[in-house]
Write a protein that binds this ligand. Structure first.
Ligand SMILES: [Zn+2]
Length: 269
């Protein structure tokens, strides 16, 4: 197992992964608004060494900065057709985009990726109702964001020379989706799991962790990246439920923008 892979959580569902001289970005998003917390001191120009960008789905907080990074780097993009259409409208050259339907197994020489399509989480009424007053107050901040259509949410399972990492960008898994991940022994090493988008998100995230049973789970997307659309999520209930339901699963909470290695994540395993 290759534990030298270096990760950096970019806030939201965004990650930068360095492995074997290549830089992989997933859902890189830097255009947080002025009220976001914590502050992210990184920008698209810091990602000019990117080789590949994987987009989980087409919402603004997963895709909005991809055009700028493509312009600054030699990176190609992998995403759903819906996300691809959005990127083309944003002037990303079609030749840079690889459209995914879901179900693909891709070999990029230094690592492989399996793609499983799922859906975006359905925001519950309580969450939506509690967000409306803020949106009405801050119309200026949220203008135009609804143009970013989600499309399918692609779950990516990366295999970095034996280190298997699953990234999920929105927690709308349907019954049967976990089976499609083809989880055979040994267990996946790391599950990068979003904890945002539902009043009951901690319990949902814990149940997905229980179903996937990774060696380690890494919570993400719980930062307050774009208030009033986002909020700070208290993920402590998630940590406790994982400890109770999947006691053999390590729990690693990354600090936004700080690098960490797979070895650090897995050392408690
Ligand atoms: Zn998101």
């Amino acid at each position: 197992m290759n534990s030298d892979v270096i990760f950096q959580w970019l806030g939201t569902a965004g990650f930068r992964i360095e492995h074997s001289g290549k830089v992989v970005l997933i859902d890189p998003f830097f255009s947080r608004n002025e009220n976001s917390t914590p502050t992210l001191n990184l920008k698209p120009a810091d990602m000019s060494d990117a080789d590949h960008i994987f987009v989980s789905h087409g919402h603004f907080d997963h895709i909005a900065d991809v055009p700028e990074i493509v312009g600054l780097s030699s990176a190609d993009v992998w995403c759903s057709t819906v996300a691809a259409d959005t990127l083309i409208k944003m002037d990303v050259p079609a030749g840079k985009i690889n459209r995914l339907a879901g179900g693909e197994s891709i070999d990029l020489e230094t690592f492989t990726i399996d793609v499983v399509p799922t859906r975006h989480i359905r925001f519950d009424a309580r969450l939506v109702l509690s967000t409306i007053p803020g949106i009405l107050r801050e119309r200026r901040l949220v203008k135009g964001l609804s143009h970013y259509q989600s499309g399918a949410v692609m779950i990516y399972t990366f295999d970095f020379e034996g280190l298997r990492v699953i990234h999920i960008g929105s927690l709308g898994l349907q019954p049967g989706d976990v089976a499609k991940l083809g989880l055979t022994e040994p267990k996946p090493d790391m599950l990068l799991l979003p904890v945002q988008g539902h009043t009951d998100i901690c319990r949902r995230a814990a149940l997905v962790t229980t179903a996937i049973r990774p060696r380690a789970v890494v919570p993400q997307h719980h930062d307050n990246f774009f208030p009033p659309i986002s909020r700070v999520i208290d993920i402590e209930p998630f940590r406790k439920m994982v400890a109770e339901l999947v006691p053999d699963c390590a729990y690693y909470e990354p600090v936004m923008s700080e690098k960490f290695t797979a070895a650090e994540v897995l050392e408690r395993d």
